[in-house]
Design a protein. Sequence first.
Length: 447
Amino acid sequence: MESKGAVLMNRYELGRLLGQGTFAKVYYARNLKTGQSVAIKVIDKEKVVKVGLKDQIKREISVMKLVRHPNVLQLYEVMATKRKIYFVMEYAKGGELFKKVAKGKLKEEVAWKYFRQLIDAVDFCHSRGVYHRDLKPENLLLDENDNLKVSDFGLSAIAECKHQDGLLHTTCGTPTYVAPEVINKKGYDGAKADIWSCGVVLFVLLAGYLPFHDSNLIELYRKISKAEFKCPNWFSPDVRRLLQKILDPNPNTRISIAKIKESSWFRRGLKSKQIKSETGSKDVAPLDTDTASGSCKSNGMATEAKQELAKPTNLNAFDIISISAGFDLSGLFEEPCQKKKAKFTSRKPAAVIISRLEEIAKLLRLKVMKTGAGFMKFEGLKEGKKGILSIDAEIFEVTPSFHLVEVKKSNGDTLEYQKLLKEDIRPALQDIVWTWQGEEQQQQQLS
Ligand code: AMP
């Protein structure tokens, strides 16, 4: 049992219970060293293993690590004891957006601000092959500046979960927010399904009630399948038009995020003052027409860069787990051999990554043994301490212009490999790498 005032791992003082999900309790906590407020999600390991949620938790960690955006709740670190897993996350002081809506519909300009931030976050996730699949007001939290933070990636799926037809096949999500194609249990496109949910969220923010509701589940599904909804009379013509396009039961003709961003309602120029006074926030995003007309991504990236600088710690789950014997969760999350892996993401096409790896091999006098289907093998020319050094590189496509690359030693001496990785391979990859994962782990092992 986690009790108020208890100190976790000598690092965090636990505070009040913030909320509860099926498998987790979320507590407020304070970092004893820095004083920083965080939220800690406590998961019972036994329950997770019992109900086979291992993969889901693994996915949740990978997804949160992959997605760093000002409107996506950040995961700072993961810790574990024998029985519990602790996710230390960014604290969203404003709580659930849902609570605001439960008090009544929001003014159009306020709903517009949240919707813009939601679309910005979802667009960013999609560009990285991440689909949320459970977007609803309960998963939309607010920070102290009244900015939206998308949370709860428990049900999200990354591109690797797609079947060969490129469609997602798990039925999940909350009935009132899910797209017709998800209900119909046909394979579906995660991006299109998320867009539908964003439409339902927008409707709820503006109306104060759901677009599809019925006490009879069959009737509810019928309404969703036909997109049978009615806009209340206070909805402006612009937003009605947009909602019609988002809540299109046919995913093939449903509007794309790019088109949503081009729509007149999304681009409307609102005076920032109007919103500041409505939300009571001093720090809302600038809302001039320039930022509204499609440059919100770069605007988001600028904020992201600033947050990056201000960020206290940047440890990630696997690093902490694998360097800390006491927190050894490696069996739960990763194969032991993965500790030898270095991973990086790149925004370059696969061909560029492959040719750079070949150049490096040439430079380091390594033989390129095998290439094909995103897999490369390199071998040293001379015997090392433990035989010939052999390195594998595997390239995974997240999107055509976003790749995850895993580099690992498959034979030879570990220290020899790590030295090569640190002193030669990593610097030579510098300009094609977007982010390295396992940064801390690499440094610890080498020091
Ligand atoms: P979850 O298990 O992620 O659905 O979280 C359950 C509830 O805990 C949420 O609905 C929120 O009310 C609360 N909560 C979760 N994460 C946070 C957070 N980072 N900051 C503040 N409250 C949170």
